[in-house]
Write a protein that binds this ligand. Structure first.
Ligand SMILES: [Zn+2]
Length: 511
């Protein structure tokens, strides 16, 4: 008889929810990724818009023996506000219906971002795992992968057998995490019969600004290093998650999640040690930003050749954190200063992209950037020339998006009249984590004097060949992803929490 291997159900929800941003709708998922059934398996085995963890998982499962995939449903949207409860309810109903129809499975792989939030459920990532557990019963392994910007609940950890979170920021280890999840599932469903013990400690620190969560250096990188050093058998995995403070939930904060091979005391001890190290290092989470005025002065110097080319990171308008990608503060300031040699992106403005596509390459049009004003952005009107048009689907080549399809919708390159600024205007929100959205228009990034990027961390892995870290400056302008926590009125966070509250002591609780 041919061995058929374990039957593994696959389900995933990718949304990083910013509690201050507009609600994420069904349309947002349909525009990015809504896949059900066999289409998931087909796309996981080629370049597609699916989360890359799935490709890593499928590759590893395929390479390590026979198995039967039972793909249920995978949704992904750009980071945004809480998802509509009805969409989450539908997602769950579809997952449950498909799982019910397929009969018993031997394991479940939950491939979720972990930073989600629904309008009627503060812990819908937990709810998904709890519901899967209720369907498959206690004996069937459930392994979960998460982004490191996830908000982990004890409820989710209790319902799962293991959590594997990214260890890199900028994120370049999606596939590795999927692969690791596959290895754990193989150990649990194979002759070894691995059974896990888990510990979970939440540390009352919301790491911010986002640059303090880099995995290359800084306080969070040190925690990841410590976790790596402690990850020797019988440890199965240590996931130190940074969380996402703008979700504004009680579960926000750094979490330490240790999974071992049946060794509960060890899991508890390691989780407490890492959590204590995180707390003792809390003073290192602080912002280092320049003002808009400083940014314009530096850009002018770079344009004049007095200073080396630089990146101005518009960290407050990062679609990767739920920003709308359409604030005009830096665009206007640089234009009014007549700055030359500037590339700016990605500016999300579907109306302007449509207008440019209708006008054609070479046309001169009156552009209204950000036609809808809010407390975070003002309209900016300027004549522009359409320099390029693109359907807006391109495969990334470097950093987080390497090998992944980047979906921007109809996209245009426009040049402002009266300054030397070229803007990549997209129809869909996406942060510039990769050079391709510029290069697809023939832009030679090495020739730019100033790159204004609406991103917080991920651009670093995509643009490092042009701009080393000492040429990157983060600018403090208004936006939905401001790096200044005082700019937000939090009501969901569990207080006290560092660094918003400073006058309190904390120690890891007893297991
Ligand atoms: Zn992330």
């Amino acid at each position: 008889m041919t061995p058929i291997g374990p039957r593994v159900a696959i389900v995933g929800l990718h949304l990083e929810a910013n509690g201050f941003a507009p609600v994420t709708t069904r349309h947002d998922f349909l525009a990015e990724c809504w896949e059900e059934g066999e289409a998931i398996s087909e796309q996981a085995r080629r370049v597609s818009h699916l989360p890359l963890e799935l490709s890593g998982f499928y590759d590893r499962m395929d390479a390590t023996g026979p198995w039967q995939e039972v793909p249920l449903i995978v949704l992904a949207a750009q980071p945004g506000g809480p998802m509509e409860q009805a969409v989450f309810d539908d997602f769950l109903a579809i997952a449950e219906r498909r799982l019910h129809a397929t009969g018993p499975v031997d394991a479940v792989y939950v491939c979720s971002h972990g930073g989600s939030l629904a309008t009627g459920d503060d812990d819908n990532d937990g709810t998904l795992v709890v519901r899967m557990r209720a369907l498959v019963g206690r004996g069937v392994p459930i392994v979960v992968t998460h982004d490191l910007h996830c908000n982990v609940s004890r409820r989710m950890i209790d319902a799962a057998d293991a959590l594997v979170a990214y260890r890199t920021n900028p994120h370049v280890d999606h596939r590795d995490c999927g692969s690791e999840a596959a290895d754990i599932l193989r150990r649990m469903t194979g002759p070894e019969g691995l059974r896990t013990a888990k510990a979970h400690v939440r540390v009352p620190i919301v790491p911010w600004p986002a640059t303090t969560m880099l995995s290359t250096d800084g306080p969070y990188a040190d925690l990841l290093r410590m976790a790596r050093q402690l990850s020797v058998p019988p440890v199965v995995n240590i996931s130190v998650t940074a969380g996402f403070v703008l979700s504004d939930l009680p579960k926000c904060g750094i979490t330490v999640n240790v999974t071992t091979d049946r060794d509960q005391p060890l899991a508890d001890d390691l989780a407490r040690r890492i959590a204590a190290a995180a707390w003792s290092d809390r003073d290192r989470y602080f912002a280092d930003l320049i003002s808009s005025k400083q940014a314009v002065a530096m850009a002018s110097e770079a344009a004049a050749g007095v200073r080396v080319p630089l990146i101005l990171a518009d960290v407050a308008d990062n679609p990767g954190g739920g920003g709308l990608g359409n604030t005009t503060w830096l665009l206007r300031a640089l234009h009014e200063a007549g700055t030359e040699g500037v590339i700016l992106g990605l500016f999300c403005d579907p109306a302007l992209a449509t207008q440019a596509h209708a006008a054609g390459v070479g046309a001169r049009i009156e552009a209204t950037f950000a036609p809808v004003e809010s407390e975070f952005t003002r309209s900016f009107v300027c004549p522009v020339t359409v320099q390029g048009l693109h359907p807006g689907s391109v495969v990334g080549r470097r950093g987080r998006d390497a090998g992944r399809e980047i979906v921007l919708g109809p996209t245009a390159l426009v040049a402002l009249e009266g300054s030397g600024i070229q803007v990549v205007v997209t129809s869909l929100r996406e942060q510039p984590a990769d050079p391709m959205p510029f290069e697809m228009f023939g832009i030679d990034i090495a020739q730019a004097r100033v790159a204004v990027l609406k991103s917080c961390a991920h651009f670093r892995a995509g643009f490092d060949e042009f701009f080393p870290p000492d040429r990157i400056f983060e600018v403090d302008v208004p936006g939905l992803t401001s790096n200044v926590l005082q700019n937000f009125t939090f009501c969901g966070l569990q207080r006290p929490i560092w660094p918003i509250d400073r006058d309190f002591e904390w120690a890891p609780p007893a297991p």
